[in-house]
Design a binder for this molecule. Structure first.
Ligand SMILES: [Zn+2]
Length: 348
């Protein structure tokens, strides 16, 4: 995954004190670093760590859950009947335990950095310390956020924002550089302009990125058209949220004008193919976005934590969607999962 996308056979990596100090031919490295401990990776691939651009670590708790509910018939009902009851039930201990298992699974499948959004109206103040403790114990890197939403009340929204501010202050004073703060807004259909503007102001003040679910289901699009007379990305742009420090999760239902806005503002997109298929929301216009040089990362949305499965899903989904076996280059998928800031160098 260097600039030339070289594949180096019969090479080795020299590591000292947890950092890569040299990459070179195995025989030469063995001479220069004689006496070093050797990990034999014959027949395997050594590659950069995988980045999961959008996750909900607590989604781990839904694995194997038996849901005694009336089957949802659209995405809004999936939120109302599946996710939001889980949010309500979350405790601090659940936040820690789910984050611990999720990070172990990430580590086992090569994920070294992720962006997490936690949601739980009954476990707000202080919860990010519990999530961060789990991340630190596993030893991978993560950006962690509390997902601000005004689903129940305005107070709930601002408590969520406040938890991110509290954690940002804590993280500034901490020596652990592996866990960093992130601002998260649930989705434009559950928050007011006032809350979005407040988060924008704080994100700039603290120099912390922001993430928000965008146009995942059609409900988000309809809500914004009905209440604001504009589509989700248009509204987020009009309130001044968008910029290179903002990651828009999903972006399934976008107009061409919205894609233009994302390209112009430099915002990034987190593509979650397995979640989108699970929730039957549609196929994100990834090829159109790549053509506009939009940065696209790959996320799991709290669903399958093996990112190789998510890479395979992204690769297959766009082939079948476009009925074109050359729809997307597998290296483009690998770039989305490793260096999302430059996903389309080889696509051209
Ligand atoms: Zn999500």
């Amino acid at each position: 995954m260097d600039a030339k996308r070289r594949i180096l056979e019969n090479h080795s990596v020299a590591i000292r004190d947890g950092s890569i100090v040299e990459i070179g031919e195995t025989t030469a490295l063995e001479e220069r670093h004689s006496g070093a401990e050797v990990l034999d990776a014959s027949g395997r691939i050594v590659m950069p760590g995988i980045v999961c651009s959008h996750s909900h670590l607590y989604g781990m708790l839904l694995r194997g859950a038996s849901l005694n509910i009336t089957p949802p018939s659209d995405f809004t009902q999936i939120l109302q009947r599946v996710w939001w009851p889980v949010d309500e039930a979350m405790s601090f201990e659940d936040a820690y335990a789910s984050a611990l298992v999720a990070c172990v699974e990430f580590a086992k499948s090569g994920v070294t950095l992720f962006a997490d959004t936690y949601s739980g109206p009954n476990s707000i103040a202080g919860v990010l310390d519990h999530v961060a403790r789990a991340v630190s114990e596993v030893g991978i890197r993560g950006l962690v956020a509390f997902e601000a939403t005004e689903r129940h009340s305005k107070d709930e929204g601002f408590s969520g924002v406040q938890e991110n501010v509290r954690f940002a202050e804590t993280a500034k004073a901490s020596h652990d550089s592996k866990v960093k703060p992130l601002f998260s807004i649930h989705a434009s259909f559950t928050v007011s302009d006032e809350l979005i503007k407040e988060v924008r102001k704080l994100a700039t003040k603290y120099n912390i990125p922001v993430t928000i679910h965008v146009a995942e289901g059609l409900g988000d699009v309809h809500h914004n058209l009905e209440h604001y007379g504009k589509r989700p990305v248009e509204r987020l742009n009009d309130v001044g949220l968008l910029g290179p420090d903002v990651v828009l999760a999903h972006c399934v239902n976008l107009s061409n004008d919205e894609i233009d806005i994302i390209a112009r503002t430099g915002a990034g997109v987190a593509h979650n193919p397995m979640s989108n298929m699970l929730n039957a929301v549609g196929v994100a216009p990834v090829l159109r976005m790549l053509n506009r040089n939009i940065n696209i990362g790959l996320g799991n949305d709290g669903y399958v934590f093996d990112m190789f499965e998510n890479m395979r899903a992204a690769f297959l989904l766009h082939r079948v969607h476009h009925k074109d076996p050359n729809a997307i280059n597998p290296y483009t998928i690998l770039e989305m999962a490793t260096i999302p800031e430059a996903p389309n160098i080889l696509a051209k």
